[in-house]
Design a protein around this ligand. Structure first.
Ligand SMILES: CC(=O)[C@@H](O)[C@H](O)COP(=O)(O)O
Length: 326
């Protein structure tokens, strides 16, 4: 005698072993915590799915939510997945407490930190990690202030030794006046770091060819500048950022030059995976409020990108139909 039950699930006949509704849901490779079930016309409270057994002849409707929604909209770099598309810096703040409050308000899950020598004269001096918990927020060590590949590589080797970090932000600067990257040194450092097992996210010029060369050299993300570091000038060349996004197989994040919230929104509207900023928040009159504005701008820019912007026209097109006007 068959122990299987005859059911109707979502309008289709189906046979199932006896058991609870939760068992049945799992046998359909669904998570009982994420479905709603109606049994013979009555909704079964989700908390009771494991307690209610199915019976022969039951008619069940099972629904669950699929895709969509910002909650599902994550991005991944080198196998690590994040929700927030905003990376914030840790320089230029009044103090660590203000920095931590800004990080909190920004919703950032990654902070970038310059690797510095330990303060040997006062080893008890407060540290950033006392304020921004490395268990909750990913620390991305960076090579700010390095002007040669050797300097940058050495700095990151020390960082890995100190904290085990392999996801790092590489920047090799070309000159102090513009803080533009030296791309020859940057590509050389990327190759060496990638061979040593680092996962370098790399600050670069807004040039689609250089971005590709970095990717080939082992960059796990490319980070073209929007404008010079600390300038607050906003994204100067939307065309090249778009071309980088179109050609990239790794995440693209605008790094540097953001001045205000609309600049951050533009980066995301162009299809970037995220944006890194420091000065715009740290030097705002109210850094916490600006951090909040940046969070909203990044979310708005991303939503606008996913929504797909309208095409542009050369001339006006009335919003209300003109037909039938008296
Ligand atoms: C913090 C960092 O990693 C830098 O690349 C830079 O400081 C970011 O630039 P802005 O300060 O212009 O945002």
């Amino acid at each position: 005698m068959s122990t299987e039950l005859s059911l109707t699930i979502n309008g289709e006949p189906r046979r199932s072993a006896p058991g609870s509704i939760a068992d049945l849901v799992r046998s359909l490779e669904l998570d009982p915590a994420k479905v709603a079930v109606e049994r013979n016309g009555e909704i079964v409270p989700r908390s009771t799915l494991a307690a209610v057994n199915i019976a022969d002849g039951d008619v069940l409707e099972i629904v669950h939510f699929v895709g969509g929604g910002q909650d599902d909209d994550t991005w991944t770099v080198a196998g690590r997945t994040f929700r927030s598309r905003l990376i914030v810096g840790t320089g230029k703040y009044k103090d660590f407490a203000q920095n931590a409050a800004a990080v909190e308000a920004s919703g950032a899950e990654i902070v970038t930190v310059a690797v510095r020598r330990v303060n040997v004269s006062d080893p008890k001096a407060p540290m950033l990690t006392d304020y921004i918990d490395p268990k909750k927020i990913t620390y991305l060590p960076n090579t700010a202030g390095c002007f040669t590949a050797e300097d940058a590589i050495r700095t990151l080797r020390l960082a890995r030794e100190a904290g085990g970090w392999d996801l790092v932000k590489l920047e090799v600067l070309g000159e102090a006046r513009t803080l533009y990257p030296n791309m020859i040194e940057t590509i050389r450092a990327t190759e060496v770091l990638a061979k040593e097992g680092f996962l370098p996210m790399v600050y670069c010029v807004d040039d689609p060819i250089a971005a590709k060369q970095l990717e080939d050299a082992g960059a796990v993300a490319v980070m073209p500048l929007g404008a010079p570091i600390g300038s607050g000038l906003g994204i100067q060349n939307r065309v090249t950022i778009r071309l980088i996004v179109e050609g990239a197989k790794v995440p693209v994040l605008v790094d540097a030059g953001v001045g205000t919230a609309s600049d951050a929104a533009v980066a995301l509207e162009l299809g970037c995976d995220g944006v890194l900023m420091n000065t715009a928040i740290a030097e705002a009159k109210d850094p916490i409020r600006m951090a909040r504005a940046m969070k909203a701008a990044v979310e708005a820019g991303r939503d606008a990108y996913l929504a797909g912007r309208m095409g542009t026209r050369k001339y006006a097109d009335p919003s209300s139909p003109l037909a039938g006007l008296i």
